[in-house]
Design a protein around this ligand. Structure first.
Ligand code: GUN
Length: 719
């Protein structure tokens, strides 16, 4: 017997647990990579993980049974159209009597649209804004949609202003009609106008209902753009809308369901997708793949397979009758769609979502054009909402990550690399004093070239030799993405670059070198270019002293670069420093004045504070503890970023429990997710230290999940 999607064994999956009453409608961010995030949205029919696709189910024509989606594919939520249900008497009666979950035979979360798209296609709908929300509520929908006013990309500015305004006018009455039980989508219109998209985001995001505001913000009016493959405009709209939307709500791309678009959309912060593409393309004998669409006609083998197609040939599928063929192709399409979203989620977990978007950008010229435009925005952001979002995206990226960093033409535009380069350009300073205890200005630069990482093995001896020769030398290492101080030799991404061996042999011309030295503020110094020879059998007498000085410079530089600690302050904190070394001769525990202050991280070159280090860094702080809404001082070295806690949480966090969203009263604007921070009380007293998982902007909004993963509570000893 030919195995078909229908006759394969399926396990029975239990029905979902309703969320806790207090969590209804809350969005929790579990993991992030720049703007991309893995979230959980909590509903009465279970919580679902984002980024995810809501498969569109036509209640009159179910190509794949919703129950099958739940059991076989683990689909946690789907979307159907409440206007279609409302218009068909049999569906209306049944859903009003038994509820929409029974109508569809689906136990997970049911999202409904409102008829706006029908008004775009047919010109009008026969239902009013409040009536359709009340209907969605009455049939037991989990997340309904208000009747927004569709703004087509080709409309005049006046028409689009009207669509934004009219949608906003309907927002509060729609929320009132939804009541306390049903969550509501608040769509963002505005056509191609970035300012209108931002205005709509602000308006819709700011509406407060008696029970809650909107819980999801779909970006509307984009279907025509996707049909015409106008991806650059699509992503610009997403960035513009996100600049003004509250960050504690998922963003949904209405009608977007081609897997080709998922990596890039996800990298820019889209959380939800919906589409009937899996069924529509199947009916048209087309197969979805992560790189585009393939026609069944003429295929001898599957260019991209799936569980649904495994074991059957294209010829066998072509010979099936229409229903059977479109069913099997729909299963394939849904599987591919789900698999690509799983790939995106994994890429977020491993910090590689931008690289996945970069790879996929080569799948179509239109997508590549959009990606190149995005790179330009990252490198040189526009004034306005798009640029604002691009800057926010870069600042929200953890600049460090373990694992390889593959070299490629686009490498310098990856947001975490741009972030790291910006930190290097603004926060790195030449040493203030030298290993021989002199403190005159630097005399020269020693640029190590032609050496591969780890540079502590390939170049340390050359650095030491040149420092012995001239103590006032600044040692830099040349890398394919620009020179870096030797003191940061074990920091990712530089030390993790992967590519052909000869990438380390790249010798740059004098002009290129001068330009990158200018970026580091070192434009005027003479440069000695060095290709390291093999290490000499006997190191110079001063090697030990030079090495200790380099070790201390490395800690000072990392505290400055990653934590915004003033280099002079970092010097004070590391006075009398000593370090325990690993078997591979790397610093593992750093002590100063007999206390363990921090540990360098071997995986990515970052630092993990110890409690005593956190105490000393907190004592060095001059500015008051942060409060939301307050601007930080306009200086480069404002001290290690802090998160302030409301009093209720202090006993828990002080003993080492994580900081939970909702208990935060402020966060320094320069806080970087993934890099060390302090947790303080309202007087600035140290409560704990740890790693922030959200940006300061997000901390002001999020109400569920972990804000700071605490390493150590400052009140543990008091137990
Ligand atoms: N489906 C596709 N686009 C839209 C839109 O702009 N609004 C609504 N409500 N549904 C959509």
């Amino acid at each position: 017997m030919t195995p078909t999607p229908r006759n394969r064994a399926v396990s029975t999956r239990p029905d979902p647990e309703p969320c806790r009453e207090q969590d209804l409608g809350l969005f929790e961010v579990k993991k992030r990579d720049g703007a991309a995030r893995i979230g959980r949205l909590h509903t009465r029919h279970g919580s679902f993980t984002t980024p995810m696709l809501l498969p569109v189910v036509n209640p009159n024509l179910r190509t794949i049974e919703p129950r099958d989606m739940w059991e076989r594919y683990g689909v946690e939520a789907l979307i159907t159209n409440s206007y279609v249900i409302w218009k068909h008497e049999n569906l209306r009666e049944k859903s009003l009597a038994d509820g929409v979950h029974a109508l569809l035979d689906f136990p997970g979360a049911v999202v409904t649209d409102s008829g706006t798209f029908q008004s775009y296609v047919y010109g009008d709908v026969e239902v009013g804004p409040e009536e359709i929300v009340a209907f969605q509520r009455d049939i037991g929908v989990d997340i309904g949609t208000m009747l927004d006013v569709f703004g087509r990309p080709d409309m005049s500015r006046e028409q689009l202003e009207h669509s934004v305004e009219q949608t906003a006018v309907r927002a509060a009455p729609s929320l009132a009609e939804a009541g306390g039980g049903m969550l509501l989508n608040g769509p963002v219109q505005g056509g191609l106008h970035h300012d209108l998209r931002a205005q709509a985001g602000g308006l819709m995001g700011g509406v407060e209902g008696e029970h809650r505001g909107f819980c999801v913000h779909p970006i509307g009016g984009i279907v025509p753009l996707m049909e015409q493959q106008r991806y650059r405009e699509l992503f610009a709209i997403l960035l513009a809308a996100r600049s003004a939307l509250p960050p504690d709500r998922p963003v949904h791309l209405f009608g977007c369901g081609h897997p080709l678009l998922f990596p890039m959309a996800t990298a820019l912060g889209a959380d939800l997708f919906d589409s009937a593409a899996y069924a529509l393309f199947a009916r048209d004998d087309r197969l979805l793949t992560p790189n585009g669409t393939v026609k069944l006609a003429g295929l001898e083998e599957w260019p991209f397979t799936s569980n649904a197609l495994f074991g059957i040939t294209p010829e066998q599928v072509r010979s099936m009758d229409d229903d059977e063929r479109s069913e099997i192709l729909a299963h394939h399409n849904l599987e591919v769609t789900q698999a690509e979203l799983a790939r995106c989620r994994e890429a977020i977990r491993s910090g590689t979502i931008w690289q996945l978007a970069e790879q996929r950008s080569h799948s179509s010229p239109q997508l590549r054009e959009a990606f190149v435009w995005l790179q330009d925005q990252m490198d040189d952001p526009d004034d306005g909402p798009v640029g604002e979002s691009a800057l926010r995206l870069i600042a929200s990226c953890d600049p460090l990550r373990d694992g390889g960093e593959p070299l490629g033409d686009d490498i310098e535009f990856r947001p975490h690399i741009l972030h790291m380069q910006a930190l290097l350009a603004t926060r790195w300073r030449p040493p203030g004093s030298w290993w021989d205890s002199t403190s005159e200005p630097p005399a020269r630069i020693v640029l190590i070239e032609g050496a591969a990482p780890p540079w502590r093995n390939s170049a340390l001896h050359a650095v030491v030799q040149h420092l012995v020769e001239e103590p006032r030398s600044i040692a830099l290492v040349s890398t394919p993405i620009g020179p870096i101080p030797f003191t940061l030799e074990d920091v990712s991404p530089w030390c993790h670059l992967t590519g052909p061996d000869d990438m380390w042999l790249g010798i740059y011309d004098d002009d290129e070198i001068s330009e990158s030295l200018r970026d580091l503020g070192l434009g005027d110094l003479p440069v000695t270019r060095v290709m390291p020879d093999p290490p000499p059998p006997d190191p110079p007498d001063q090697a030990g002293t030079v090495r200790e000085w380099l070790d201390r410079c490395s800690i000072v530089d990392k505290l400055a670069l990653l934590c915004a600690v003033h280099p002079l302050e970092a010097c004070k904190i590391t006075e009398g420093m000593s370090a325990r070394r690993s078997r591979t001769d790397r610093m593992v525990n750093v002590h100063a004045e007999a206390a363990h202050i921090l540990s360098p991280r071997l995986t990515d070159g970052g630092i993990s504070l110890a409690l005593e280090g956190a105490r000393r860094l907190n004592q060095a702080h001059r500015s008051p503890p942060p409060e939301f809404g307050m601007e930080g001082p306009d200086e480069v070295f404002v001290g290690i970023p802090r998160v302030s806690l409301i009093d209720d949480a202090i006993p828990f966090v002080g003993k080492g429990r994580n900081v939970i969203h909702g208990y935060v009263s402020g966060a320094d604007p320069h806080l970087i997710p993934g890099q060390p921070c302090l947790v303080v009380d309202s007087h600035g007293g140290l409560v704990a230290h740890g790693t922030p998982l959200a940006t300061p902007f997000e901390m002001a909004f999020l109400r569920k999940g972990i804000a700071v993963k605490v390493r150590d509570g400052a009140m543990r000893d008091a137990e």
